[in-house]
Design a protein. Structure first.
Length: 469
């Protein structure tokens, strides 16, 4: 974009982290003109949000990047506790239920955040989108028809804008939306990506610290790196290379010289905070701009990507398929309670009040009782996550759901169906399947059951809320 030029687009996305990139991929595949701007000159370089939960793996499957995620990452290694330079034994920090027919991703998957962003960025490019790096937002205004954003490169006018610019969101501050919360832990945390060739990569190494603060070294799959996380109980974190090496030498049996490289380092204070609202007119908050988590339990990046996934299809329906603008009101109505729930979970895990378990995997999250949940049938209620399952010929239900459309499943019934727009709603009849039971299930583009019934009474009325059908 040339300086002082005016660019028109459908959606302006501010921030090219996991949230902004996932949203841009979803919008672009829907044919929604999307401009992503990022004030940095390149993608984020650190490993920060390294854990991808099973539900987010399903989102990435739908966005077309799960094969690259699987190839680049690995399962979380079992923890090894150290004391005075001696291994005390293994301690697994995660439940590992394993894959099932209905939930094909059975445990958290680890890869550094920088790699996740590379994969999403490559997918966006493949879809025909791009990111304007080195572009800073300086002002944002709106009226009832559009958003106007002043950038360092010119002016953008968009139908809608999304703040995906992190916990210190410039967009959120410009909108005057308050962020309230609490410090989860008074001790700051140092996080760094380091290389330690003398340390084995078979375990997630944990050094409890004996009151001096813990330190952990997690091998990052697909790299030669470890993510170092250290609690600082005395003074402020020193993120210089010398400071990182000194911390390792002080807390472990390793010497400073064994840390051969420090690739990235940062510090933060664990905090739980949430914006008082996720929308102001035509501008939406997503990801860390809307909620900030303790890293304990690996909920921040995952909740953020799922914000994008919830918002993307709704913007697509309004901008491309004639859905009423009121559909966008359901973004905050659905996602704010989920974010609050996940913030509470992260905080409890950080404080040792709850263990990592099924809740952290986010497969049980849903929208029962929400504004887009209507009816029940068989084993499911509207608002539930739509389970995966095998189909004849080696296909799976997730293969039917993949893409920007709605899917109407007629499960174990031969009842007649009403005429529907085949582009917007794909119809499939399948045999009775225990996770569904029998009935009709309209699966939203984000993989949740929106409407369910023993017959199709009420289906047309539901579709009128979310599409032009």
């Amino acid at each position: 974009m040339e300086l002082n030029s005016v660019k028109e687009t459908d959606v302006l996305v501010v921030g090219a982290g996991p949230t902004g990139l996932a949203l841009a991929c979803d919008l672009t595949r829907r044919g929604v003109r999307t401009l992503v701007v990022e004030q940095s000159d390149a993608l984020f370089p650190g490993s920060r949000g390294k854990g991808i939960q099973p539900r987010t793996m399903e989102v990435l499957d739908d966005l077309g990047v799960v094969d690259a995620i699987l190839a680049s990452g690995g399962a979380a290694p079992v923890g090894m506790v150290w004391q005075n330079g001696t291994r005390q034994g293994e301690h697994d920090m995660f439940e590992r239920p394993g894959p099932t027919d209905s939930a094909p991703y059975g445990e958290p998957w680890l890869l550094p955040q920088w790699r996740t962003q590379q994969i999403l960025h490559a997918r966006l490019t493949e879809l025909g989108g791009s990111v304007a790096f080195g572009t800073t937002l300086t002002r944002i205004t709106q009226d009832e028809h559009r958003v106007s954003a002043q950038l360092s490169t010119g002016t953008v006018r968009a139908a809608y804008a999304v703040a995906a610019d992190g916990g210190r969101s410039a967009v959120r501050r410009a909108l005057g939306i308050a962020m309230t919360g609490e410090d989860v832990d008074p001790a700051p945390i140092l996080v760094a990506d380091v290389r330690i060739p003398t340390l084995d990569r078979l375990n997630w190494h944990v050094f409890p610290g004996d009151g001096a603060g813990y330190l952990a070294l997690c091998p990052l799959p697909g790299t030669d790196d470890f993510q170092l996380v250290g609690q600082i109980t005395d003074g402020e974190p020193d993120i210089s290379p010398a400071g990182v090496r000194a911390l390792v030498a002080a807390r472990t049996h390793l010497t400073a010289d064994e840390v051969t490289e420090i690739l990235w380092a940062s510090d933060f204070r664990p905090r739980a905070a949430m914006a008082e609202r996720f929308c102001e007119g035509r501008v939406f908050l997503a990801g860390d701009a809307a909620h900030v988590h303790s890293p304990a339990g690996g909920q921040g990046l995952n909740t953020s990507v799922q914000d994008a996934y919830n918002l993307g299809w709704k913007l697509g329906q309004v901008l491309r398929h004639g859905a009423p603008a009121s559909l966008l009101d359901t973004y905050e109505q659905e996602r704010l309670p989920v974010a609050a729930q996940m913030l509470g979970l992260s905080t409890r895990i950080h404080r040792g009040e709850e263990q990592r378990g099924a809740a952290t995997m986010q497969l049980g999250l849903g929208y029962r009782g929400g504004p887009l949940a209507s009816g029940s049938a068989g084993a499911l209620q509207a608002g539930d996550r739509a389970p995966d399952g095998p189909l004849p010929g080696g296909r799976r239900l997730f293969d039917l759901f993949r893409g920007p459309h709605f899917t109407l499943l007629a499960v174990g019934t031969d009842a007649e169906l009403p005429p529907l727009d085949g582009e917007l709603v794909h119809i499939h009849r399948i045999e009775a399947y225990e996770p569904y039971g029998k009935g009709f299930f309209l699966v939203r583009p984000d993989g949740y059951v929106g409407w369910a019934g023993e017959d199709t009474t009420g289906l047309s009325d539901y579709l009128a809320k979310v599409t032009r059908c």
